[in-house]
Design a protein around this ligand. Structure first.
Ligand code: AOF
Ligand code: ZN
Length: 373
């Protein structure tokens, strides 16, 4: 039943932002009497939708919820009240709600009212629904994914800069799904100047409509790391739906006004020791703006800096089965690495084929190189 609730929660993958994805199943004598998921912030939570679907049959039922029911007034009233009013007898939960307004208090309230409560059921899967929401609520940072596409020998562009296309159309479609679930997409000014990217979500309309009827893809906030504010006023992304934020160290009011005039929001950050935007501060700022998941799609300088600072939680690496040779450009600029013990270690979380390409999902093995052990 919890597995079913997780499947339901995933239906909110692209739409609940900044809220978590949550699913709920109501069960009476082993039979599902109501199901629901949270679709969008401001709309009813998963539990309310399931209760609505079950009607009178919710009385005495067991509720399976992927996230602890809320007990606070946000945009909507507390789900604990809804469950109690409906007469639910037992609540089974995937994970605690990391929101400090809830964090155990929802379960406490249910227990105090005589409801039997079980927690931690399929917890790893429940947590995997909302890595960004959890990290923001607990640590004040978004969950950072770094997407890379390379040839099998780890090259991202020929020496000339030519790079279209390394991976297949299937792999590029997959990237749009990653963008669509992200609250923000970050790139560097180098990439903007070289490729003039759109940085928007372009999902195949049929695929999208089949999965999420009545929805348009929400565009993630586009963030350009541009220390010296070199953003061209005719950059393609500026003419697209959705907002663009330039993160810069440049304080000149004239340059800022010029960027504002073409529709970009500008935020000035203190420089790091190399006179570049302090990426840690940028991510803290994005979390304050309720950004849950961030996708970095950048060249070796920005990707290397984020890796080097330990800011990347997940790497998604698409590898195309061809060789570009060692004169071509690499994935990460990591100038401090000289000895084997300094290598950045990674753990493979998932490995699969996407069309003719490979997709590896990796997590940094913090603090130690994983090779050699
Ligand atoms: C639940 N079930 O389906 C969701 C929950 O502003 P609101 O009223 O939508 O509240 C948002 C908060 O409620 C969110 O930060 C998280 O703590 C919780 N989300 N809780 O019981 C749900 N989406
Ligand atoms: Zn709720």
């Amino acid at each position: 039943m919890m597995a079913r609730a997780i499947v339901l929660a995933r239906r909110g993958l692209y739409t609940t932002d900044p809220n978590p994805r949550v699913g709920c199943v109501l069960v009476q004598d082993g039979e599902i009497v109501g199901e629901g998921f949270h679709r969008r912030a401001g709309e009813p939570h998963a539990e309310r939708n399931a209760i609505e679907a079950a009607g009178e049959r919710a009385r005495g039922a067991t509720a399976y919820v992927t996230l602890e029911p809320c007990c606070h007034y946000g945009r909507t009233p507390p789900c604990t009240d809804g469950l109690l009013a409906a007469g639910v007898a037992r609540v089974v939960v995937g994970m605690e709600d990391p929101n400090p307004m809830v964090r155990g208090k929802g379960l406490g309230r249910l227990r105090a009212a005589g409801v039997e409560v079980t927690t931690g059921v399929l917890e790893a899967d429940a947590r995997a629904l909302n890595p960004g929401f959890e990290q923001r609520m607990r640590g004040g940072l978004p969950y950072v994914r770094c997407k890379l596409a390379a040839s099998l020998d780890g090259r991202t562009a020929m020496a000339s800069g030519e790079s279209k296309w390394i991976t297949s159309a299937d792999a590029r479609r997959d990237v749009h799904r990653l963008r669509a679930r992200s609250s923000a997409v970050i790139t560097g000014i180098g990439t903007v100047l070289a490729d003039d990217p759109h940085m928007n979500v372009r999902l195949d309309p049929e695929e999208f409509a089949a999965l999420w009827p009545d929805e348009l893809p929400r565009q993630p906030l586009r963030v350009v790391v541009d220390s010296r504010l070199r953003m061209p006023s005719d950059a393609r992304m500026l003419s697209l739906p959705g907002a663009t934020l330039i993160a810069t160290c440049e304080e000149s009011p004239k340059a800022i006004a010029r960027a504002n005039a073409v529709g970009a929001e500008v935020r000035v950050f203190p420089p790091d020791p190399q006179d570049r935007v302090d990426l840690h501060l940028l991510l803290c700022y994005l979390a304050e703006r309720e950004i849950n998941e961030v996708l970095i799609e950048a060249g070796p300088t920005l990707a290397g800096a984020a890796m080097d600072l330990g800011l990347v939680d997940e790497l998604v690496l698409y590898l195309a089965p061809h060789l570009m040779g060692d004169a071509a450009r690499g994935l990460f600029h990591l100038p401090g690495l000289e000895r084997m013990e300094q290598r950045l270690g990674l753990q493979i979380r998932d490995l699969r084929r996407v069309g003719p390409d490979l997709r590896l999902t990796l997590c940094p093995a913090r603090g130690l190189a994983s090779g050699g052990d």
